[in-house]
Structures are given as structure tokens and as C-alpha cells.
Design a protein. Structure first.
Length: 284
């Protein structure tokens, strides 16, 4: 692939643009905004995506080395956030199309090019989506995939309580690992405060965790050993979520030397979660 092709990316039929540099750098997937899919999710089924971020780049409060959307610096957006009206109109049109032509969605998922709760009208848009879901596909679940950095905002917290699947990320409670792998943008990020705030959902949340192996910039990024798993399990006990989702790498990552956790490792961790009396979904 030459440099022009690498910078331009390849557009799929669904509108997503795939960048596949062979070296660390411009590797990732940029989703259309505000609606994309439906796609088949390993964890959620037939998922219609809502991307509240700009459709030409990435906006996130993390900069994870494994993010399928790539590094923040590789995809600076030039477009603005989609408006509340634009999201509502696009979603209504897509739901009408799916009602007439299929497929029927299992879930409507807030995901896309970064952190959905960063949209300034996030709480209002949640209300709109609930209304449209009830009108078109009342059995479909509404899910939000979030890194939990904005849950201290009361409007965000309250909005997340309204959805069916409030899916919040904790990859570890080790601050050094968080700085190496999740790379929060804010220097004020505090995992202990995040955990205690998540506990305030009183079980109305799902914890999602990425387990993996490999290296990044010469440093080991495996988090499948007891050094990482045991403190994480203590956090799970404190939060008492309705469910835990654990998974591993499934797509190209911006950091090129990351590796999948093995099925045996994931199953072992999943069994330990279930021994706490908490359901655990494992995706390989």
C-alpha cells in the first residue's frame, strides 16, 4: 500500500473507512455518523450503531493502544458533533427502513468513533432514542459502550440509568497499566473514584474488560495474570454489576504487537467472576 492509499483508507459498503498502515500509526476504522450498521456484535447480537462523534475522525477521553478506531492523533476530526435533531431524524429513517426490510435489531448501541458521553446533548439524545425504540422495536435493548470517564456528570449518570445495557469499561485497576494501555487524556483520571462511582449504579451497569497479551513500546501489556486479575476481581465485588463482559482483541490494533488472550485464560477469568455470583459473558 502506498502512502496516498494509506492516508485515504478504503471505504466499505456500509460507509466505514478502514485504514491499514503496516506500521504503528494510521491503523483503524472510522464509522459513519450519526447512524451505522446494523452489524453483528460478538457480545450484543444484531446491533444498530449510533455514533455521536464526528464522522471523519475520533474524539475520545481515552487513547487506547488496542482501539479499533486507532489513535486519537491519527484521526483528528474536521466535522462537528451531529446535532440532536440530525441523530433523531437519521435514526427514525433507519428504524423505518429496518421495520420494512429487516433485519430486526437486537440492540441499538451507542458506540462509534470514541466516547459517546462526550456529546453535549447526550442525555437528551438518550431520551429521543428510548422514544423511537419504543415506537419501532420495543423489544430491542439500548446499549451504551462507555469508558466511564464522564459518569461524574449527573446528567450523564442519570441518562445511563435509563438504558438497558449501561456497559462501562475497566481494563485494570493498576494506574501504571492504565497510563500505558488506556491512556486517559485527563491527568485527573482516578480509577478508585471511578470504581466507587460505578458502585453507585447499584448493579445497573455491566463491566466490560479487555484481556490481552503482547508488548507496546517494549513493555509487557499482558493483564491475564493474578497480579492484574485479583485486584480487578475485588473491584468487581465492590461494583456488583448485573453482568461482566470479558473479551480479547478481534480486529487490527493501532499498536501492532498486541496478541489475543487465550480461550483458556478467558474461561478461567470468567469462572472466577461467576464464583462471585455475577454472570459473565466471555468473547474470544
Amino acid at each position: 500500500m502506498n502512502k496516498d492509499e494509506e492516508n485515504k483508507g478504503t471505504q466499505r459498503q456500509d460507509g466505514t473507512i478502514v485504514y491499514s498502515s503496516e506500521t504503528e500509526g494510521k491503523r483503524g476504522i472510522i464509522f459513519p455518523s450519526p447512524i451505522f450498521g446494523p452489524i453483528h456484535s460478538r457480545r450484543l447480537g444484531v446491533s444498530l450503531g449510533i455514533n455521536l462523534l464526528p464522522g471523519d475522525g475520533k474524539v475520545c477521553s481515552f487513547d487506547c493502544i488496542y482501539c479499533e478506531c486507532g489513535y486519537n492523533k491519527s484521526f483528528p476530526p474536521h466535522q462537528k458533533f451531529p446535532t440532536r435533531t440530525a441523530v433523531r431524524q437519521a435514526l427514525q429513517a433507519k428504524l423505518q427502513e429496518m421495520k420494512e426490510q429487516g433485519p430486526k435489531p437486537d440492540v441499538i448501541t451507542f458506540a462509534g468513533n470514541g466516547e459517546p458521553t462526550m456529546h453535549p446533548r447526550f442525555a437528551d439524545i438518550i431520551d429521543d432514542v428510548i422514544q423511537l425504540r419504543n415506537e419501532y422495536f420495543p423489544k430491542a435493548k439500548i446499549s451504551v459502550l462507555s469508558n466511564a470517564t464522564r459518569i461524574f456528570r449527573q446528567d450523564v449518570f442519570d441518562a445511563l440509568l435509563k438504558v438497558d445495557n449501561n456497559i462501562l469499561k475497566i481494563d485494570t485497576i493498576n494506574p501504571d497499566y492504565i497510563r500505558l494501555v488506556d491512556r486517559p487524556i485527563s491527568t485527573q483520571y482516578n480509577i478508585e473514584k471511578i470504581i466507587h462511582r460505578m458502585a453507585e449504579f447499584q448493579g445497573k451497569c455491566i463491566v466490560q474488560t479487555m484481556f490481552m497479551r503482547g508488548t507496546h513500546k517494549g513493555k509487557d501489556v499482558s493483564n491475564v495474570s493474578d497480579e492484574f486479575v485479583l485486584p480487578w476481581l475485588e473491584a468487581i465485588q465492590l461494583i456488583r454489576p448485573s453482568e461482566v463482559m470479558i473479551y480479547t482483541i478481534d480486529r487490527t490494533t493501532p499498536s501492532p504487537l498486541l496478541e489475543k488472550a487465550t480461550p483458556a485464560e478467558l474461561d478461567n477469568i470468567g469462572d472466577r467472576v461467576q464464583s462471585l455470583g455475577i454472570p459473565c459473558q466471555v468473547s474470544y
